[in-house]
Ligand binder design. Structure first.
Ligand SMILES: [Zn+2]
Ligand SMILES: [Zn+2]
Length: 174
């Protein structure tokens, strides 16, 4: 997968099918993010869209300073605070999530959090890929345990780090 799909898609020589597919998929994800903002009556500003596109084009997750650098490579120079504000808005709208362990962000690929409940993030230590697995019963259990010790939990998401199937198979071959 192209690490930077937006850039690949913008390059004139990007005639390869993979790049074309990637840019279609990215446009699709950006459209869904726009709808998510509209549903919540929030503004999907140009900056929010740019920041979101960088996050969505990343395999795995990306930190705020890397987003800043990539945007600056494309000619958009910003103060870190502007990027952080966009990130906050994107999190608020539910279109990206934060990996606390890495202080980085990734685009939400699921759209049924409301129905299937909160997810656990399975994050690969090798390639950085993240899979979201609905796990509401686990969150319910945490809430129950917290109540049993009269504690008010603030947990919204949980992370599990490890190795994804691709990286595990690759390791076997080497
Ligand atoms: Zn999600
Ligand atoms: Zn992996």
């Amino acid at each position: 997968m192209a690490k930077d799909m937006t850039r690949a898609a913008k390059t004139k020589s990007a005639g390869a099918k993979g790049d074309a597919d990637a840019s279609v998929i990215l446009a699709d994800i950006v459209d869904r993010a726009r709808s998510a903002f509209e549903e919540r009556n929030l503004r999907f500003t140009q900056l929010r869209e740019q920041v979101f596109a960088e996050i969505a084009a990343t395999r795995g997750s990306i930190g705020a300073y890397e987003i800043l650098e990539r945007l600056s490579d494309k000619g958009t120079r910003l103060a870190p605070i502007s990027v952080y504000r966009s990130i906050d808005a994107l999190i608020e709208a539910g279109v990206i999530h934060r990996l606390e362990s890495k202080n980085s962000y990734f685009a939400c690929r699921r759209h049924e959090h409301g129905r299937k409940g909160r997810p656990i993030f399975m994050s690969c230590e090798q390639c950085g890929g993240v899979v979201e697995v609905p796990a509401q019963p686990i969150f319910d259990q945490v809430a129950e345990l917290a109540t049993s010790v009269d504690f008010t939990p603030k947990v919204k998401f949980m992370e599990v780090s490890g190795t994804c199937a691709d990286c595990r198979d690759k390791a076997k071959k080497d």
